[in-house]
Write a protein that binds this ligand. Structure first.
Ligand code: FAD
Length: 353
C-alpha cells in the first residue's frame, strides 16, 4: 500500500513509526528545511506513552523527560491546593515533561532505525482523486500516485482545505503568551504549577528539563504574570499566540484522512494538543493495517470531541470571570482539600485524562 503522510510533526511521525513497525513504509514529507527546534507541546500523557511503547519510543522519552510528581494550585500567591500526581492503573504513573522538539527527534530516530527518512523541503501543493488512486502534486512540480493521503499538516492543513472538509469552531479573543526559561534554585523541580492571579488570568508552569520550565498564560506576559518569586537565568524563547477551538467535520473523505491539529485544535489547558495527535495517529495506523479505515473518522472524532469539550470546560473554569466559573473552581478546590478521595480521583483524572 502506498501512503503519503503530509507533515512531520508529532502526529505525522507517530503515524509513520506505527506503520513502519507493521511493515508499511510511508512517504513522509515536510515543507520545513529541517526538524523543528520549537519546544511547543511539553506534557506527554501516560496514554501517549502506552501507545508509543510498542515501537520502543516511550523508553527513550522516559529516559529523557521529567516525571511531574506534584500539582500545586495557587490563587494569587496563596497556595490553595497541593496534590500528588499519581495513577497506579496507568502505563506510566504520571505525566512526563519534555520539549516537543525532543519528542519529535526521538520519533524521527525511531523511524530512521526502521528505514524511513523524513523528506524535508518538500511541500504538498495540491492533489486530485482518481477512481483507483490519488495523485499528489509536490512543490518540486513532480506528481506521484498514492492509495492514501494523510493530512498531518497542522492547523492550516492544505490537505483538509483541498478535500473541502469544513473546520468549524471559534477563535478566542484574548492573546496568550508562552515562555521557555532556565530558572535557578526553583524549590519544586518536578511540580506542575497553576496560578490564577486574578479572575480571568491563569499562568501555568511545567518542568521540561534540568532547571528548565515552560510558562503559559492567558495574558500577554507569562513571566510577569507568575505570582511567585523566580530567579530567571536565561529566557530561551518568549512569544504570544491566539487560540482557536475547532474540529474538522469529518476526519475522512475518500482516500484522504486527517489527524492531529489538521483535524482539531483547542486551548493548551489540559496540555492535550499533541497527545490527541499521537492517539489519532496510532488509531489511524491500526485502521490502515487492519483494513478498517471506514471506522477511523467516527472513532477518533468522538474521542477527540470529548477531550475538546472537557478542555473547554476547564479553560472556562480557570479563565472566565462568570459567577458560576468562580463558584465551580472554589468548590473543586474545597472538595479536593477536605475529601482525600476527591483529591485522589482528581489526581488520577489529571494523569489519565
Ligand atoms: C506556542 C504553542 C504552545 C503549545 N503548547 C502545547 C502544550 O503545552 N501541550 C500540548 O499538548 N500542545 C501544545 N501545543 C500544540 C501542539 O504543539 C500541537 O498540538 C502539535 O504540534 C500538533 O502536532 P501535528 O503534528 O498535528 O501538527 P504540527 O506540529 O503543526 O506539524 C505539522 C507539520 O506539517 C508541515 N506542513 C504543513 N503544511 C505542509 C505541506 N503543504 N506540505 C508539507 N508539510 C507541511 C509543517 O511544516 C509542520 O511541520 C502548543 C502549540 C503552540 C503553537
Amino acid at each position: 500500500m502506498k501512503v503519503l503522510i503530509v507533515g512531520a510533526g508529532p502526529t505525522g511521525l507517530t503515524l509513520a513509526v506505527e506503520l513502519a513497525r507493521r511493515k508499511i513504509f510511508a512517504k513522509i514529507i515536510d515543507k520545513r528545511d529541517s526538524a523543528s527546534t520549537l519546544s511547543r507541546a511539553v506534557g506527554i500523557t501516560s496514554k501517549s506513552l502506552e501507545l508509543l511503547s510498542h515501537s520502543g519510543v516511550s523508553k527513550k522519552l522516559i529516559e529523557e523527560g521529567v516525571p511531574i510528581q506534584t500539582a500545586c494550585i495557587y490563587r494569587g500567591s496563596h497556595l490553595a491546593l497541593t496534590m500528588p500526581l499519581h495513577s497506579s492503573s496507568s502505563y506510566f504513573p504520571t505525566i512526563l515533561g519534555l520539549p516537543q522538539d525532543r519528542t519529535e527527534t526521538i520519533l524521527a530516530e525511531s523511524l530512521a532505525s526502521k528505514g524511513v527518512q523524513v523528506e524535508y523541503k518538500l511541500a504538498l501543493n495540491t492533489f486530485r482523486e482518481e477512481a483507483q488512486y490519488v495523485v499528489a502534486q509536490f512543490s518540486n512540480n513532480e506528481e506521484e500516485n498514492f492509495d492514501l493521503i494523510i493530512g498531518a499538516d497542522g492547523v492550516h492543513s492544505v490537505v483538509r482545505q483541498n478535500a473541502n472538509i469544513p473546520y468549524p469552531g471559534f477563535d478566542l479573543k484574548e492573546l496568550w503568551s508562552i515562555a521557555d526559561v532556565e530558572v535557578d534554585d526553583w524549590p519544586h523541580p518536578q511540580t506542575f504549577t497553576l496560578a490564577q492571579i486574578k479572575s480571568g488570568v491563569v499562568v501555568v508552569s511545567v518542568p521540561i528539563g534540568k532547571n528548565r520550565y515552560r510558562f503559559v498564560a492567558s495574558c500577554e506576559k507569562a513571566l510577569e504574570a507568575f505570582p511567585l518569586p523566580l530567579r530567571i537565568h536565561k529566557v530561551r524563547r518568549e512569544g504570544i499566540f491566539k487560540i482557536s477551538i475547532r474540529q474538522a467535520r469529518s476526519y475522512s473523505k475518500g482516500r484522504v484522512h486527517l489527524a492531529g491539529d489538521a483535524a482539531h485544535c483547542h486551548s493548551p489547558v489540559g496540555g492535550r494538543g499533541m497527545n490527541l495527535g499521537i492517539a489519532d495517529a496510532a488509531e489511524l495506523a491500526r485502521c490502515i493495517a487492519e483494513g478498517q479505515l471506514d471506522r477511523y473518522s467516527a472513532l477518533r472524532h468522538r474521542e477527540d470531541r470529548k477531550v475538546i469539550d472537557i478542555t473547554e470546560h476547564g479553560r472556562k473554569i480557570v479563565t472566565e470571570q462568570s459567577f458560576l466559573s468562580k463558584i465551580e473552581f472554589s468548590a473543586l478546590l474545597a472538595a479536593a482539600n477536605h475529601l482525600p478521595f476527591i483529591k485522589r480521583r482528581l489526581s488520577r483524572f489529571v494523569v489519565e485524562f
